[in-house]
Ligand binder design. Structure first.
Ligand SMILES: Nc1ncnc2c1ncn2[C@@H]1O[C@H](COP(=O)(O)OP(=O)(O)OP(=O)(O)O)[C@@H](O)[C@H]1O
Ligand SMILES: CC(=O)N[C@H]1[C@@H]2OC[C@@H](O2)[C@@H](O)[C@@H]1O[C@H](C)C(=O)O
Length: 383
C-alpha cells in the first residue's frame, strides 16, 4: 500500500479584488483529499490603504512585464507584504502558535493587473520578504505558470472546491452536479459533475461595482446586508446595458480584471436604484453562467462576501429557481468567508508536492499544470 502523503499545516492569505482586507485561514492538509480546516481571521484595510490600492490599479496599467513596479508600486508592495506579516503574527498569537508550528504559507498578494489575452497577470506581494520576515516557507505567484502554459491564470480556487465537494456532509453529498458560486469583487463559478468533471470561469462583476457605487454616493465601503438596494428598483435599461456587454455574448469566457466593468454615470441612477440595479446585475450575471455548463446543476453553494448582500441572494435564488437548490456555504458545513484563503493554503501544499493546480476546464491551460514559487525561510534568512 502506498504511504500516506504527509499532512502539512498551512496558512493561506488572500487579498482579493474587493480590496477590503486580508483573509487568512489555516488548514492541516495533504494538498489533496485530506483537508482539516482550522482557524481563520480577517485583517481589514483602513480607508487610506484601500485608496492607495485603488490608485495602484491605474499605475499598474503601465506594466508590460510582470516584475515591473512603476511609480510607487514597489513601496506599496513592501507595505502590503508587511501587513500580511502582521496579520499572520496576530493570528499565531491568538491561536497560541509559533512560526515553527506552520509548514508553509500560501500568499496570493494583490492583483493590480490581469490581462489574460496578453498573458499578463500581476500580483503585488514579495514572497521572499514575507518568508524572511515570518521565518516560514512561502509559496507565492501561483498564477504565473498557468499563464505561461497558455491558461488564463484564473480562477485557481476550483480545484479546492472539488476537494470540498468530495467531503460534503451526507445531506448534500449526492447532489451533483454541484456549483460553487464565489461572490467576491468579481464573481466566479466552479461546476463539478457527478464524475468529478471540473469547469470553472469568472461569471461577471461581483461586489466591486456595488462597493464603488456605495463609496462614491454614500461614502461607505459596501451595502451592508443589501439594505440600500432593497429600497430601490431595477433600472432595466441600465441592467441590460451591462448584461449585453461582449463578456456575456462571447462564446468563450475570459477571466476578468477588476476594471473590466465601469460604474454607471452619476446621473444614471440615484443611490438606492443604483445599488438595486447593480445587485440585480451581479445575480443575473451568475445566472447567465448556466449557458456554459454541460449539465443542469442540482445544488448551488454560495460563498464569498456577496452572500451577505441579501438582495443579491434573493435575486439569485429567483433567477436559479428552476435549476436546483441555492444554499449558503455554511449550510453545507463550510465557511464562505475564509474559503479562498483556505484554498491558498491548500494550493501551497499542492505546489510543494508538484501536483496540478489548474486544468483545461478551469483556466483553459493546455494540460494540468502545477504552479507557484517557493521562498524558503532558511535560505532567505542566510542570504
Ligand atoms: N455584511 C455584508 N453585507 C453586504 N456585503 C458584504 C458584507 N460583508 C462583505 N460584503 C461584501 O463582500 C466583499 C468582500 O468579499 P470577499 O472577501 O469574498 O471578496 P474578495 O476576496 O476581495 O474578492 P475576489 O473573490 O474577487 O478576489 C466586500 O467588499 C463587500 O462588498
Ligand atoms: C486575477 C485575479 O486575481 N482573479 C481573481 C478575481 O477574483 C475572483 C475572480 O476574479 C477569480 O478569477 C480570481 O480569484 C480567485 C481567488 C481564484 O483565482 O479562484
Amino acid at each position: 500500500m502506498a504511504p500516506h502523503a504527509t499532512v502539512k499545516r498551512a496558512i493561506g492569505l488572500m487579498s482579493g479584488t474587493s480590496m477590503d482586507g486580508i483573509d487568512l485561514a489555516m488548514l492541516d492538509t495533504d494538498g489533496d483529499g485530506n483537508v482539516m480546516r482550522g482557524g481563520s481571521s480577517f485583517a481589514p484595510y483602513d480607508a487610506a490603504f484601500r485608496k492607495q490600492l485603488e490608485q495602484a490599479l491605474g499605475t499598474a496599467k503601465a506594466i508590460r512585464e510582470r516584475h515591473e513596479r512603476p511609480g510607487d508600486l514597489a513601496e506599496l508592495e513592501t507595505e502590503l507584504t508587511e501587513r500580511h506579516a502582521l496579520a499572520v503574527e496576530a493570528f499565531l498569537a491568538r491561536e497560541g502558535l509559533a512560526a515553527s508550528n506552520i509548514d508553509v504559507v500560501g500568499f496570493h498578494g494583490q492583483t493590480v493587473l490581469h490581462r489574460p489575452l496578453e498573458g499578463l497577470t500581476v500580483q503585488l506581494g514579495d514572497g521572499a520578504r514575507l518568508a524572511e520576515r515570518l521565518g516560514i516557507d512561502v509559496v507565492y505567484d501561483l498564477r504565473a505558470n498557468d499563464m505561461e502554459l497558455g491558461g488564463q491564470g484564473a480562477p485557481l480556487v476550483p480545484a479546492y472546491h472539488r476537494a470540498l465537494a468530495a467531503g460534503l456532509p451526507a445531506e448534500w453529498a449526492g447532489e451533483t452536479p454541484v456549483v460553487f458560486v464565489n461572490i467576491g469583487g468579481i464573481s466566479n463559478i466552479t461546476y463539478i459533475g457527478a464524475n468529478g468533471d471540473l469547469r470553472a470561469f469568472d461569471s461577471g462583476p461581483g461586489n466591486t461595482l456595488i462597493d464603488q457605487w456605495m463609496s462614491r454616493h454614500a461614502g461607505i465601503p459596501y451595502d451592508s446586508g443589501g439594505a440600500i438596494a432593497s429600497e430601490g428598483r431595477v433600472l432595466s435599461g441600465l441592467a441590460n446595458r451591462y448584461l449585453s456587454s461582449p463578456f456575456f455574448t462571447a462564446r468563450e469566457r475570459v477571466s476578468l480584471d477588476r476594471n473590466d466593468f465601469q460604474l454607471p454615470d452619476d446621473d444614471e441612477a440615484g443611490l438606492e436604484d443604483g445599488a438595486r440595479t447593480l445587485a440585480f446585475v451581479t445575480a443575473a450575471a451568475i445566472a447567465k453562467a448556466q449557458a456554459h455548463l454541460p449539465e443542469k446543476p442540482k445544488l448551488w453553494i454560495l460563498t464569498g462576501g456577496g452572500r451577505h448582500n441579501q438582495q443579491v441572494v434573493e435575486d439569485l435564488t429567483v433567477a436559479l429557481r428552476h435549476t436546483g437548490q441555492v444554499i449558503k456555504a455554511e449550510e453545507a458545513g463550510l465557511n464562505g468567508d475564509s474559503m479562498e484563503a483556505e484554498a491558498w493554503a491548500w494550493l501551497a501544499v499542492r505546489s510543494l508536492r508538484g501536483l496540478p493546480i489548474t486544468y483545461p476546464g478551469t483556466t483553459g491551460v493546455k494540460k494540468p499544470a502545477t504552479g507557484g514559487v517557493l521562498a524558503q525561510a532558511k535560505a532567505t534568512a542566510q542570504d
